[in-house]
Design a protein around this ligand. Sequence first.
Ligand code: FAD
Length: 372
Amino acid sequence: MNPISIIGAGIGGLTLGNILKQHHLDFTIYESAPEIKPVGAGIMMAVNAMQIFDKLGLKEKIESRGNKIHGIFITDDKLKIISTTNVLALEKKFNSCNVAIHRAELQNILAENLGFGNIKLNHSLQQIQKKENYILEFENDFTTESKIVFGADGIHSKIRNQVFGNGNIRNAGQKCWRGLTDFELPEKYNHHALEIWGKGKRFGFVKISDKKVYWYALVNENKFTENIDLIETFNDFDSLVLDILKATKPENIILNDIIDLAPIPKWYAENLCLIGDAAHATTPNMGQGACQSIEDAYVIGKLLEKNRDFNSVFEEFQNIRRKKVDEIVKNSWTIGKISQREKRNQIRNFLMRSIPKSINQKMVEKILKLEI
Ligand SMILES: Cc1cc2nc3c(=O)[nH]c(=O)nc-3n(C[C@H](O)[C@H](O)[C@H](O)COP(=O)(O)OP(=O)(O)OC[C@H]3O[C@@H](n4cnc5c(N)ncnc54)[C@H](O)[C@@H]3O)c2cc1C
């Protein structure tokens, strides 16, 4: 029998594994994929996540395999600034900085640190049943019993569906491409992330290592066709955008719908808890989905420091995390709608520019601050 099983070796499950290891707890992670090979894309680890990686002794490793980002800019299609975040002041305050990194690098660092021996690949959970303990049945015919179960199995979580019977996945009506390419950015963008807002479309890019640039592009669904040409779609954007697109091989581009999970009332049942996207998937507009799954793992770890009764830890965990996560899901959805507006964008940009910097700064600071 397993004392603790984690279903899913995504960023949430792997971070939780690292935290449980720090507590000398015996756990196994079950992952459906045959290898730790996330989608080929970059990801931004914000200061909240990096503070936690610092506590796990992983900050320097992640910084050295990624790229430190000191400024985040939203601009119009001609790269004229709409909004900036003064990250430097926050970096100082929290003694950590944002890092853009390849997803595979990040997940490998997390997996290496907790030990591949704790991860069972090719184990896709098929069914979970509650008897005295949980009975976990996998597609490869393996069955095990576990006292404690964590569902870190992402937005389409089987654990959530089978144990809680809920999960309304909402489609934001936007299509999102992500790409990776070898590209020499102008030096001034080496440590900055840019998101460019147009009419019903957006383009973002950031350098994730010496050579690689990660980019994403979004269009409203009504502008999408199967044969859409991205270079043509973004031809009214600055030429830098077109150069990045032209430099990207088609096989290095992936396409997704933008979705999230409508808030569910409860993240825990007896001896079982959901974390990360399984509990509270958000749209990516604030770059916080994975950071929030990392915060989930961290808060569970903090609570376990003083209490080994998992059921009361799970209840307190939800009480602590609920407000911040719900706000992020809601605000991220709204930002997605504002950024993809098709009309009166001059007014939108004007209004955005008139938001006092101090208000923006306070909002960002609230997200980056750990709750405990
Ligand atoms: C376009 C885009 C850009 C984003 N950018 C950012 C960003 O910059 N910063 C940020 O913080 N977040 C970002 N996110 C969000 C982030 O990707 C997710 O929030 C994060 O990956 C969630 O981690 P997770 O571990 O909870 O779930 P997942 O990453 O979904 O991991 C779940 C794991 O469980 C496994 N699994 C699923 N079902 C089973 C099963 N039945 N049995 C066994 N294993 C199973 C899966 O294979 C997977 O490995 C972005 C998302 C998108 C779509």
